[in-house]
Design a protein around this ligand. Structure first.
Ligand code: GLC
Ligand code: CA
Length: 559
């Protein structure tokens, strides 16, 4: 067997996630594109990131904004051309930045030629690339509910045959049981790696194995359906596929892989992220989804900082036992972190820098989602029609059918819609926030007159500059080795709403304390404090052995 590469460069990296449709539009059609991204590489280099993860840019009918791919080998013309992609890889490389693409191989688009051929000729090999089943007494083959609503089964016109889709009906699931299909997928994974790609973010990968009995389960709701996770998330037998995927693709390159892997219990984590695991790291949703019930965000739940702390530390410790993790506050499926974690009236430079410090110095590779570094917030949408996102429309309907008023349903969408993070990037205070000369495909947040890059890049006291400082501290300071390789030790949990931890390497350590209270917290530190490495306030009040942290103050101490 080939020796596993020793150079795990991603452990020293900071990743920046781009939602290409909303980042920068170069040709005025209202849609962000690759040339736009290329024009902003200097900005990203100035911030200090090493890796860019691009949400899908392959050819797609865009039912789910690119997560429905109709040709894995072509860049969608909305975003540019294959040449633009190669140019982006080269231009990024000049700046020591690697590019990750999004790998969506649980499903394709219904407009992929494989699917079209499968429908045209049920005897062709392509019919086995997807999952087709006969209906039962005029009903779908089973009662599983798809993630974007309704049955996972879509009936094929004028027949009793159905095809399976975990997500929208425009996203038919690929049949991983079929060896030919798997080989096709490995080829395309390698195709882009050969082009010099740094690796992949792997979409919805824990859904690829289905319980082959396809049996119905007792319903969990009054729609008589049951969450499809019971039969298609992290099912027995998935290991074989993931191992094969890794061996036939990733293992041959020194590439970084980060998997979206919901439903992996901590007891299985080792298989995923250990040195011989399927991926370099996975995203853990246990604490970022603490405000919703079973991933269905129309059902909100109350939560507290102490609970966030408990779940986050659990995740850190479980990850440390077996491998490496991914750190994030936001992504294209989440609302903005300031709105989620900080009460509205308390959103400020202090609370934003505190939140940044809190997650950035944990153990793992930090991800910054576009706009997070300037404090972009949720957007106010005035009606359901203003939303584009397919899942927002579904959750809105589900909220209404659960008996909520239109007003409350809209309020829920404003709080949790994925469009909150997809509004155009705010470059300046001009028309469309400098994102496009044309008409933007999605609403631009009104607050771009205050929250924008131009206001922050040259201001040493801006959130942007603070992120820069955090990145430097992580990557090129005398504490880098502690931050990258040190052990994680949660501490000070006797203080409510304070998230504090140590990072310890041999006989050196740092202590990170974040006061989520909007009142002072007086904290007794038992160790000798050698130095204040970073604070988001000019003052740090010390009274004897006690450190008095102001509301939303965050400090990093050498102990
Ligand atoms: C993942 C993506 C999400 C997409 C879904 C279906 O969860 O992050 O944006 O809608 O997969 O591909
Ligand atoms: Ca464009």
């Amino acid at each position: 067997m080939k020796k596993k590469t020793e150079n795990k460069w991603w452990k020293n990296s900071v990743v920046y996630q781009i939602y290409p449709k909303s980042f920068a539009d170069s040709n005025g059609d209202g849609i962000g594109d690759l040339k736009g991204i290329i024009s902003k590489l200097d900005y990203l280099q100035a911030l200090g990131v090493d890796v860019i993860w691009l949400c899908p840019i392959y050819k797609s009918p865009m039912a789910d904004n690119g997560y429905d791919i109709s040709d894995y080998y072509s860049i969608d013309s909305q975003f540019g051309s294959n040449e633009d992609m190669e140019l982006l890889i080269k231009e990024a490389e000049k700046r020591n930045i690697k590019i990750l693409m999004d790998l969506v191989i649980n499903h394709s688009s219904c407009e992929h030629e494989w699917f079209k051929k499968a429908l045209e000729d049920p005897n062709s090999k392509y019919a086995n690339y997807y999952i087709f089943k006969e209906g039962i007494n005029g009903n779908p083959p089973n009662n599983w509910r798809s993630i974007f609503g309704g049955s996972v089964w879509e009936r094929i016109e004028e027949s009793n045959k159905y095809y399976f889709h975990t997500f929208a009906k425009e996203q038919p699931d690929l049949n991983w049981e079929c060896e030919d299909l798997r080989e096709e997928l490995y080829n395309l994974v390698n195709y882009w790696l050969e082009k010099g790609l740094g690796g992949y973010r792997i979409d919805a990968i824990t859904f690829i194995k289905k319980d082959q009995s396809f049996k119905s389960f007792p319903s969990d709701n009054d729609d008589e359906l049951v969450d499809c996770n019971v039969g298609c998330q992290n099912q027995i037998g998935i290991n074989k596929f993931l191992k094969e995927l890794k061996e036939k693709t990733f293992d041959k390159y020194n590439c970084m892989t980060v998997a979206e892997a919901p439903g992996v219990p901590y007891s299985d984590l080792k298989d995923y992220i250990s040195d011989d695991g399927y991926f370099s790291m996975i995203f853990d949703f246990s604490y970022t989804d603490l405000d919703v019930v079973d991933g269905e965000w129309y059902k909100a739940r109350k939560w507290e900082i102490n609970e966030l702390r408990e779940l986050m530390f659990k995740s850190q410790l479980e990850t440390e036992k077996v491998g490496w993790g991914a750190l994030y506050l936001e992504n294209h499926d989440q609302p903005r972190s300031l709105d989620k974690y900080i009460p509205k009236e308390d959103i400020s430079y202090e609370s934003a820098t505190m939140l940044a410090t809190m997650y950035f110095l944990l153990r793992g590779t930090p991800f910054i989602y576009q706009g997070q570094e300037i404090g972009m917030t949720n957007c106010k949408f005035n009606s359901i029609e203003e939303f584009d996102d397919i899942s927002t429309h579904d959750q809105y309907k589900r909220a209404l059918s659960a008996g909520l008023s239109e007003e409350s349903a809209l309020e829920i969408c404003n709080r949790r819609s994925r469009d909150n993070s997809r509004t155009p990037f705010q470059w300046n205070d001009k028309k469309n926030a400098g994102f496009t000369e044309g008409t933007s495909w999605l609403k631009v947040n009104n607050n771009h007159n205050i929250i924008n890059v131009e206001n922050q890049v040259n201001d040493e006291n801006s959130l942007f500059s603070y992120y820069k400082r955090l990145i430097k501290l992580r990557k090129e300071s005398e504490y880098s080795d502690i931050i990258i390789s040190g052990k994680i030790e949660p501490c000070l949990i006797e203080y409510d709403n304070v998230i504090a931890y140590k990072r310890v390497l041999d006989n050196r350590a740092i202590l990170v304390i974040n006061n989520f209270n909007n009142s002072e917290s007086s904290i007794k530190i038992n160790e000798y404090v050698k130095k204040v490495i970073l604070s988001n306030k000019d003052e740090l009040l010390v009274q004897g052995l006690k450190y008095v942290l102001e509301p939303y103050q965050s400090v990093v101490l050498e102990i």
